[in-house]
Design a protein around this ligand. Structure first.
Ligand code: SF4
Ligand code: SF4
Length: 80
């Protein structure tokens, strides 16, 4: 097994849905597809839309800059 495949396997594992995210999104108050401000503003492509939901797709790439918290008009995203 080459080094490249080792890192790919590790990356795939970390991006699985089982990993606990430090990003809490209150989708009851999120304006979802009508907003997307956090998705667009995140400099590290952590957030994305999943239907009407906003999800932390790649929490491992988060740099804790909290731009998403600052830009959310409904105060429904929290980075812990
Ligand atoms: S804290 Fe920064 S890097 Fe992390 S999800 Fe929010 S905007 Fe993206
Ligand atoms: S900025 Fe707030 S309301 Fe807008 S999509 Fe993100 S979490 Fe939802």
């Amino acid at each position: 097994m080459g080094l490249g495949s080792f890192f790919k396997r590790n990356k795939d594992k970390k991006e699985g849905t089982e990993i606990a995210s430090h990003i809490d999104i209150d989708n009851d108050n999120c304006r979802g597809a009508d907003c997307e401000k956090c998705v667009i503003a995140c400099p590290n492509n952590v957030l994305s839309k999943d239907g009407d939901l906003t999800v932390a797709r790649n929490p491992i790439t988060c740099k804790y800059c909290r731009v998403c918290e600052a830009i959310c008009p409904n105060d429904c995203i929290k980075v812990n």
